[in-house]
Design a protein around this ligand. Structure first.
Ligand SMILES: [Zn+2]
Ligand SMILES: [Zn+2]
Length: 140
């Protein structure tokens, strides 16, 4: 698979026994839907994780193309303060993280390193809790 930024072939990294694609030139990381499912240990969480992000609207950052379907990806905000701008394939093939973006998301402020799966799960849980609390159906 080629990097959506530099178009060079990416290498495969193993993280918690899940293979993820990494570009050595720009240090970006591609997580596809199947890899997310494996990291989160179930298909529903993987799918929900992919669709949990909100579109960032028009931004200055250059658009990238999905390495799987070659369509332009959408810029979305990953929860955080400040939010991290990442690229998501509109067909839910996966997520693209520029250098450092995944670290900003998965490394707690303390800098202590936990498992990627655990941290993604934490993030995912918070994200979804927030969504549920904020939806009108649940404000009784
Ligand atoms: Zn690259
Ligand atoms: Zn795609």
């Amino acid at each position: 698979m080629n990097c959506p930024v530099c178009k060079e072939p990416m290498i495969v990294l193993e993280l918690d026994q899940v293979e993820i694609d990494h570009c050595l030139s720009c240090k970006g990381i591609w997580l596809d839907a199947g890899e997310l499912e494996l990291l989160l240990k179930d298909a529903d969480s993987g799918k929900a994780f992919l669709t949990a992000f909100k579109s960032a609207g028009p931004v200055a950052e250059k658009q990238r193309r999905c390495p799987i379907c070659r369509k332009k990806m959408e810029k979305v905000n990953f929860a955080g303060d400040p939010p991290v701008l990442i690229d998501r394939c509109r067909r839910e093939h996966g997520l693209w993280f520029d250098e450092g973006e995944l670290n900003r998301i998965i490394l707690p402020a303390s800098g202590e390193r936990g498992s990627v799966a655990g941290l993604l799960k934490d993030m995912f849980g918070k994200n979804i809790d927030g969504e549920i609390r904020n939806s009108p159906e649940n404000t009784e």
